[in-house]
Design a protein. Structure first.
Length: 268
């Protein structure tokens, strides 16, 4: 059976939150939550590459930071971002929090999420986990990724300023938060922009994903006015060669779409 233009259904299951499906077409395997949007996709012959443009855009933290040490993932999906970090950063550690056990099972069975001593996967509500974690840990993570979606859109549990406050508390002093959300919901988009701006003192940049509804928000837990534009462009070109990701395009989009704030990220 073919669905969503993503190909043949090769696995289907249900949990308390609804349907989960794995589809395959043209060498690409995709995860769906019973609706058209692809939650994750993988190139079967190159499983560690980032297939979806929004996932590649989320990797734009590399423009501003070389290493991260310990990363927190809120929302696992098929594990694309997690696998990418584990593959390219041998000294890293990743903690992934996923609310649906069935998603973790699918990531392991169909998307090659490895059993790796550097990776810890926790089955829990991401917002609750982050809140509890702040009670015992602060300044722990160099990177936090929020990619928490259900079959409708971004998970309601992460749509509040308290969640972003807690994320900030868990970041190292030089840490970066990367959030994937929908820009097509204008009211929610404006609210998330306001929450991130208030929490991070407007040390934030937004990257619309060309041709998609996704917008990636980057929030910096430090005074970010230290970057040289020429060096950023050089770094983007170098990163493109290493990762085969369109970092120069992403840098141009960041500059174009953050005209009031991007200049504050540059050395005067």
């Amino acid at each position: 059976m073919y669905k969503y233009d993503s190909g043949q259904v090769i696995y289907q299951t249900f949990d308390d939150e609804g349907m989960l499906e794995v589809l395959e077409k043209g060498g690409i395997r995709s995860l769906h939550f019973g609706s058209y949007p692809r939650q994750s996709s993988m190139l079967i012959n190159e499983p560690n590459k980032l297939c979806l443009s929004y996932a590649r855009a989320m990797s734009s933290w590399l423009l501003f930071k070389e290493q991260f040490g310990h990363a927190l993932m809120i929302g696992l999906g098929g594990g694309s971002l997690t696998k990418h970090l584990l593959h390219h950063f041998p000294d890293c550690r990743v903690l992934a929090v996923e609310s649906r056990a069935a998603v973790v099972k699918i990531a392991r069975s169909y998307f090659g999420l490895p059993l790796d001593q550097r990776l810890k996967v926790v089955i829990d509500d991401g917002a609750n986990y982050v809140r509890r974690r702040t009670e015992t840990h602060e300044g722990e993570f160099g990177l936090i990724f929020v990619d928490a979606f259900d079959h409708i859109g971004i998970a309601e549990a992460v749509c509040n300023i308290a969640f972003f406050d807690n994320c900030k508390a868990l970041l190292k002093p030089d840490g970066i938060l990367a959030v994937n959300f929908w820009g097509s919901n204008k009211l929610l988009f404006e609210q998330i922009v306001a929450w991130l701006g208030k929490t991070f003192d407007w040390q934030v940049l937004f990257l619309p994903v060309r041709g998609k509804g996704n917008v990636i928000g980057f929030a910096f837990n430090y005074d970010s006015s230290q970057h040289d534009l020429k060096k950023l462009r050089q770094r983007a070109a170098e990163l493109e060669q290493i990762y085969q990701i369109e970092f120069p395009d992403f840098l141009r989009e960041i500059s174009k779409n953050n005209q009031l704030t991007f200049k504050f990220f540059l050395k005067s």
